[in-house]
Design a protein around this ligand. Structure first.
Ligand code: ASP
Ligand code: MG
Length: 407
């Protein structure tokens, strides 16, 4: 007998028939004698509908009231799910965040879990019930409802699995797992069987939308093996796990891209102490997150500083930079929104050489100009013109041996 936490996303519980089908799926585990904790999202589209309603009431919706509203979608699915289980002749109990006691800080709409009291859930499990927990929500020490940020149900599931010391944590979604690249962009993309937390973190932050990134950090911290798989098939999905020796043989595990950034260059910056802080302080004061930075020095001569910011902050950053450029005596500011960051990710990179240079060669063979480069231990990223995204992704996917073999 195992204790299993299973989370189902909005598309998996999008209507009554789907909820019944998911209940059947969970029951097939109960029948084998497993203890089941089920975490549910709101029906697909619901949370967006609530956000829209809120904005019809208040330009900037009150955060506390927003959480009371947003958390209601999960209340619907967990109650319906418990009813479906009971209709099938088994016992279940739904629990909201404050009933479990998923205690969070008081940062409404983006709260963080502080601790979970798992005793209540254990008692219900021991009484033979399937415990159905509302995802995405918690409660502050003083009793206010909070939500964990969009996509937060994944984190609820992982946090519960850690608190309950569950044998397994499965995230059910509408795709088969994590792919070597975006299957919509590259027909030869294949499902990854096993990936490390660190690789998944890089892939998630770079644009893979399968798993909420905060849940992966949580899983890593508490060493919870995650199984991401499809609600609609029985096929094994992708395991996200701690690194082991076998995972180092492939230098590259995935190719990813991010179109949400924009590039800004401030040209002919004086090469004197204090320039970087004069440039980046006003940006961070506005809460704008800078990603890549490239700076060159030429021994006292004027030099360029190039960096990227989220595309949505482009206009704001450009106007800040024009002011800064004048103040520090730089020549001017240029930029482009039409860029993409293409990255290759893999823990195997640590002990393979020539990975970055292979990437540069692949891009150059396709006639693609590299605008910026950055590397970390398990990742190489190149910023290129957005119009070459597809070409670059496909060429890299193929060059690093990730293409699916033809059947
Ligand atoms: N329903 C919430 C959202 O759409 C949480 C989740 O589904 O993970 O963001
Ligand atoms: Mg999700």
């Amino acid at each position: 007998m195992a204790l299993i936490v299973q989370k189902f996303g909005g598309t998996s519980v999008g209507n009554p028939q789907k909820i019944k089908a998911v209940a059947e799926r969970v029951l097939s585990y109960s029948r084998q004698g497993h203890q089941m904790v089920v975490v549910l999202s709101a029906m697909s589209g619901e949370t967006n509908r609530f956000v829209d309603l809120a904005h019809q009431m208040q330009v900037l919706p009150d955060p506390r009231e927003m959480d009371v509203l947003l958390s209601s979608g999960e209340q619907v699915t967990v109650s319906l799910f418990a009813m479906a289980v009971k209709e099938a002749g088994f016992d279940a109990i739904s629990m909201l965040g404050d009933q479990v006691k998923i205690v969070t800080d008081n940062m409404h709409t983006r709260a963080r879990i502080k601790h979970i009291d798992s005793d209540g859930i254990k008692k219900e499990l021991d009484a033979g019930k399937i415990v159905v927990v509302a995802g995405f929500q918690g409660v502050t020490e003083s009793g206010d409802i909070t939500t964990l940020g969009r996509g937060g149900s994944d984190t609820t599931a992982v946090a519960l699995a850690a608190a309950l010391k569950a044998d397994q944590c499965e995230i059910f979604t509408d795709v088969e797992g994590v792919y070597t690249t975006d299957p919509n962009m590259c027909a030869t993309a294949k499902k990854i069987d096993k990936i490390t937390y660190d690789e998944m973190l890089e892939l998630a932050s770079l644009g893979a939308k399968v798993l909420d990134i905060r849940s992966v950090s949580f899983a890593k911290r508490y060493n919870v093996p995650l199984h991401v798989r499809s609600t609609f098939t029985d096929t094994e999905g992708t395991w996200v796990v701690e690194e082991d020796k076998s995972m180092e043989s492939n230098p590259v595990s995935g190719v990813t891209y991010n179109k949400n950034e924009a590039r800004i260059t401030i040209s002919k910056v004086p090469d004197t102490p204090g320039m970087a802080t004069k440039i980046f302080n006003p940006i961070s004061e506005q809460g704008i997150v800078v990603d890549m930075i490239i700076q060159n020095t030429r021994d006292g001569e004027l030099t360029d500083m190039t960096f990227t910011v989220p595309r949505t902050d482009y206009t704001k950053t450009m106007s800040i930079m024009e002011k800064v450029a004048k103040e520090i005596g730089a020549e001017g500011v240029t930029g482009s929104k039409n860029i993409v960051k293409v990255s290759i990710v893999g823990v195997g990179m640590r002990n393979h050489t020539g990975i970055a240079s292979t990437m540069f060669k692949v891009l150059s063979d396709e006639g693609i100009n590299i605008l910026m480069i950055s590397t970390s231990e398990i990742k190489v990223s190149c910023v290129i013109d957005e119009k070459y995204t597809e070409l670059a992704v496909r060429a890299l996917h193929s060059a690093f041996g990730l293409d699916q073999e033809k059947a």
